[in-house]
Write a protein that binds this ligand. Structure first.
Ligand code: FAD
Length: 392
């Protein structure tokens, strides 16, 4: 009988996996994709929406091709539980589905309880770290802020989704405020001791916003007051007009509650040759939910690469063939530092049989020499191409 693969989460990892399972099996494997949202909304490029340079329509893509062109069965629903022993998933409105193999790419969920006063206040103190309604909300708060207001952004300790993302956001909000509300201020409260990606390039970009943007490392947030929009740090309280708190995060709830092996109680531990959760054969986990290999970022590009390694392994395993013993994956992340200039970071990661995990390939990859306009074109092409790779 035909193998049935259920994919949970239609983001960068899951949508790629669903399409490639159908494409590379030439339609011989049945694929069901379960995603709570009716269309795909991209986190990459969402900082440009927050900075007033793009619209929500520019980052929203339909799932229609996955159904009509690739024959994926799409269920728009919430997965409420996974039973790895019975090999089934439960949904809110579509009952229980059984699978031969499961792909989980649920992204992240937030540990809001780690910051006192935050839980239940995400309308007042948005994270905008999942694109969608939160992106619109943060943009609106910035539009409504008076000239002379303070926008404060809190960055949690690494590892977090998209290492360069918060610094790009700080730049794009500063770029907007410099034009629209020049007496305002951007305050970057970083729980980390330094900028987590493209450090010299972002430091240079921050210099360019001198007087407008202040970067404060070692600023771990302890609590917030949602009525006064006050952020309480160890030694200081900071009052903001727009308070954008990216909370500490971990693997998506459905992966945590499925009883998969977790590292630091947060991230799923996988066998890097098949992306199967360790000790749970048949359950493949992708993307941000993973405990990262050394210097492997939590990025959409990387989730897309995880999906391809996992799909190749799944199709081999279904056919009784050993998985590729030496997969290679790569990553590129572009960041806008203003409306025109972009920087990138790239890396290549090859499986190391002794270390049993992907290791960065020395001399491969690197960062931009300087922010430049040409890479704005490359960044736009990157987004167009990866959305097509996943969803067209
Ligand atoms: P996601 O893409 O988040 O997909 C998870 C999906 O699972 C979601 O659609 C969710 O609705 C669904 N889901 C979860 N649980 C359930 C459930 N129980 N039932 C049903 N559905 C469920 N990466 C880059 O490569 N380049 C960039 O330029 C870049 N910029 C970024 C900018 C920002 C502001 C942010 C926040 C992130 C950025 N990233 C970027 C990172 C990128 O968005 C993530 O790394 C990527 O989305 C991870 O893919 P994923 O499949 O793990 O999770």
């Amino acid at each position: 009988s035909r193998a049935h693969v259920v994919v949970v989460g239609g983001g960068y990892g899951g949508a790629t996996a669903a399409k490639y399972l159908r494409m590379w099996s030439e339609g011989t494997v049945d694929v069901t994709l379960i995603e709570r949202n009716p269309s795909f909304v991209s986190c990459p490029v969402s900082n440009l929406v927050i900075g007033g340079l793009k619209e929500m329509a520019d980052i929203t893509v339909s799932y229609d091709n996955l159904k009509s062109k690739w024959g994926v069965r799409l269920i728009t629903d919430e997965v409420t539980a996974v039973d790895t022993a019975k090999r089934s998933v439960s949904t809110a409105n579509n009952g229980t589905l059984s699978y031969d193999r499961l792909v989980l790419s649920p992204g992240i969920d937030f540990m809001t309880d780690a910051i006192a006063g935050l839980t239940g206040n995400e309308e007042r103190i948005p994270h905008a770290w999942k694109a969608g309604a939160q992106t619109v909300l943060l943009r609106k708060q910035l539009e409504d802020m008076a000239d002379g207001g303070v926008y404060a952004l809190h960055i949690p300790r690494a590892p977090f989704r998209c290492p360069p993302g918060p610094y790009e956001r700080a730049c794009l909000v500063a770029n907007y405020l410099r034009q629209a509300k020049p007496r305002s201020k951007v305050l970057v409260l970083d729980a980390n001791g330094e900028i987590q990606s493209k450090k010299a390039l972002f430091a240079k970009a921050f210099e360019g916003y001198k007087g407008l943007l202040e970067y404060v490392p070692n600023s771990e947030l302890r609590s917030v007051n949602a009525s006064t929009l006050t952020a309480e740090l160890d030694f200081e309280k900071v009052r903001a007009n727009v308070l954008n708190v990216i909370p500490p995060m971990r693997a998506g709830n459905i992966a945590v509650h499925a009883g998969l092996p977790l590292i630091n109680e947060r991230w799923v531990d996988v066998d890097w040759l098949t992306l199967e959760a360790k000790g749970v054969p048949g359950v493949h986990v992708l993307g941000d939910a993973l405990f990262p290999a050394p210097v492997m970022p939590k990025s959409g590009h990387m989730a897309n690469q995880h999906a391809k390694v996992a799909v190749a392994a799944i199709l081999n395993l279904i056919d009784g063939i050993a998985p590729n013993p030496a997969p290679v994956v790569m990553n590129t992340c572009y960041s806008f530092v203003d409306s025109k200039n972009v920087i990138h970071v790239a890396s290549v990661h090859q499986y190391d049989a002794e270390k049993k995990q992907p290791m960065p390939v020395q001399g491969a990859g690197g960062v931009s020499m300087a922010a430049n306009e040409l890479e704005a074109k490359t960044a736009a092409a990157w987004a167009k191409n990866i959305w097509a790779d996943m969803l067209a």
